[in-house]
Design a protein around this ligand. Structure first.
Ligand code: CP
Ligand code: NVA
Length: 316
């Protein structure tokens, strides 16, 4: 079925306007590209394409994944740091966007306001990919779903429990991805950090179509039966000033040995989008345990980001 999917020319800003069939297509393509990479075969599906990588915030994985993925498929990536271009400072985002659209074939954007990546998509005339905004981190969730599928062989019905800042970009995007793909998603977070009711309602709608379930609670006992325990930093990029306050608020939500044991499931795996602040959201012990698949997850950023670029811009 997924061979009928055509994503050419599409943006990837969130998974909200992607169907489960389209997401499966991206995951299948990522798997194919991973196997190819492991055999040392590079491709040319992006040959002759020039790709702008805009980063208002720092990055290791996302930047490297876009850069290496582009090179592996024959494209030329150009890194543009937010501080060094005019975007929204000396020039409106719309104007920079129209200039970049005349020179580049695709644009990746990581930054603060989600509206900025939407403006790029609306005005550049080329595919735009969200490499993280304050609200969403969809390419990360593709890699997370790929990693879960590798470990369990399927996605439908897997129980994933996220603990920590329940209204950050990761919590939001995981909730969307799980709702679309039929996973059971539980967000364990204090009352102060619960997701926006509108997003929750939207995800409940997706869930009713995919047989997913979505739960939000402040009770850590809800980890019972989890197949996957997921966490993220307690203070996201741009929120560093809230660090001390968050440590106080989120201490009971730390992923440690006792919490992993509370799942009652010896096969539970641990995931984290990274970078991790060990001793805060996760202990070193869990991070380094055989249950932790965080480096497979990080590697899968490369294959999934490559799949997004090949599907939306490449010649297949
Ligand atoms: N997970 C992730 O997006 O990592 P970077 O911030 O290093 O890109
Ligand atoms: N929530 C984190 C994710 C980092 C990949 C942040 O925005 O900093």
């Amino acid at each position: 079925m997924s061979s009928m999917v055509d994503l050419k020319g599409r943006n990837f800003l969130t998974m909200k306007n992607y169907t489960s069939e389209e997401i499966t297509y991206l995951l299948d393509l990522a798997e194919e590209l991973k196997a190819k990479k492991q055999k040392g075969i590079t491709g040319n599906s992006l040959k002759g394409k020039n790709i702008a990588l805009i980063f208002e915030k720092p990055s290791t994985r996302t930047r490297c994944a876009f850069t290496v993925a582009a090179a592996d498929e024959g494209a030329m990536p150009v890194y543009l740091s937010g501080g060094e271009i005019q975007l929204g400072h000396k020039e409106s985002i719309e104007d920079t966007s129209r200039v970049l659209g005349r020179m580049f074939d695709g644009i990746e954007f990581r930054g603060f306001k989600h509206r900025s990546v939407e403006i790029l998509a609306e005005t550049s005339g080329v595919p735009v990919w969200n490499g993280l905004t304050d609200d969403y981190h969809p390419t990360q969730v593709l890699a997370d779903l790929m990693t879960i599928r590798e470990q369990f062989g399927y996605l439908q019905g897997v129980k994933i429990v996220y603990l920590g800042d329940g209204r950050n970009n990761m919590a939001n995007s995981l909730m969307i991805g799980c709702a679309k793909m039929g996973l059971h998603f539980t967000n364990i977070t204090p009352k102060e950090l619960m997701p926006k009711p509108e997003l929750l309602a939207l995800c409940q709608e997706y869930a009713s179509e995919s047989c997913a379930t979505i739960d939000v609670t402040d009770d850590v006992n809800a980890v019972a039966g989890a197949d996957v325990i997921y966490t993220d930093v307690w203070a996201s990029m741009g929120e560093e000033a809230k660090s001390a306050e968050r440590i106080k608020l989120l201490k009971p939500y730390q992923v440690n040995r006792e919490l992993m044991a509370k799942t009652g499931n010896s096969k539970t795996i641990f995931l984290h989008c990274l970078p991790a602040v060990k001793g805060n959201e996760v202990t070193d012990e869990v991070f380094e345990s055989p249950q932790s698949f965080v480096f497979d997850q990080a590697e899968n950023r490369l294959h999934t980001i490559k799949a997004v670029m090949v599907a939306t811009l490449g010649e297949r």
